[in-house]
Design a protein around this ligand. Sequence first.
Ligand SMILES: Nc1ncnc2c1ncn2[C@@H]1O[C@H](COP(=O)(O)OP(=O)(O)OP(=O)(O)O)[C@@H](O)[C@H]1O
Length: 232
Amino acid sequence: MTTTPVLEFRGVTAGYAGSVILQDLSFSIAPGETVGLVGRNGAGKTTTLMSVYGVPTVTGQILVDGKEVGRKAHLPAARGVSLVPQGKRIFSNLSVEENIRLGRASGRPTTWTVPDLLELFPNLARGRKRPGTSLSGGEQQMLAIARALMSGPALLMLDEPTEGLAPVIIDAIVEALEEIRARGTALLLVEQHIGMIQKVADRYLALRKGRLVGDGPVEQLGDRAVQELIAL
Ligand SMILES: Nc1ncnc2c1ncn2[C@@H]1O[C@H](COP(=O)(O)OP(=O)(O)OP(=O)(O)O)[C@@H](O)[C@H]1O
């Protein structure tokens, strides 16, 4: 039996005016799989995520749920891929709860309800009526994840979700990601630090200078030879 990947790159080359960043990138993510994308600063991790939305110039094919998305930025969410971008995107004039509800804009069915998400992130439950921007950086990250889940993703992509956060908040986010995974949502987690990926993911993809140099079980990330190849 074959399963349609939630996301598939076929020979993707992508870049910005005058510079090619990703070179001939091919990989796929199966439903429910948890994948960590590693690589040094500037290796092309964020560019990989943005390519799904056609933001850099892309050649090759990117398929979401088996169909090409082209440069239509609204299509990935409608077909089940959501992105929690680097940094926070919280609307200041809306409360925590209103921010979460905004995720419904994709129109896809979701199994997550607002009470589920407030249970997943107790910090948000405590501040549900407060304006989104009155939250701490870590709480805003939780809110961005909660909002993305309301769009009913089959695949949730997260760009360095714990960057700059306190260890206790990182633990809460890791716990939430484990729960999200247990509910069957596939994850593509971009991280510079492999420790987080070793905790959360089953499989890793490694980029070096825009090329895929590793794709395997996450246990391999413990090998020095693999780390040297990725140049971590
Ligand atoms: N909007 C842009 N215009 C031109 N070049 C860009 C743009 N965004 C990123 N780049 C370049 O693309 C390359 C890859 O950047 P990217 O952000 O994808 O790397 P990354 O692996 O996510 O690194 P980081 O960990 O620093 O976020 C870098 O050389 C960067 O300078």
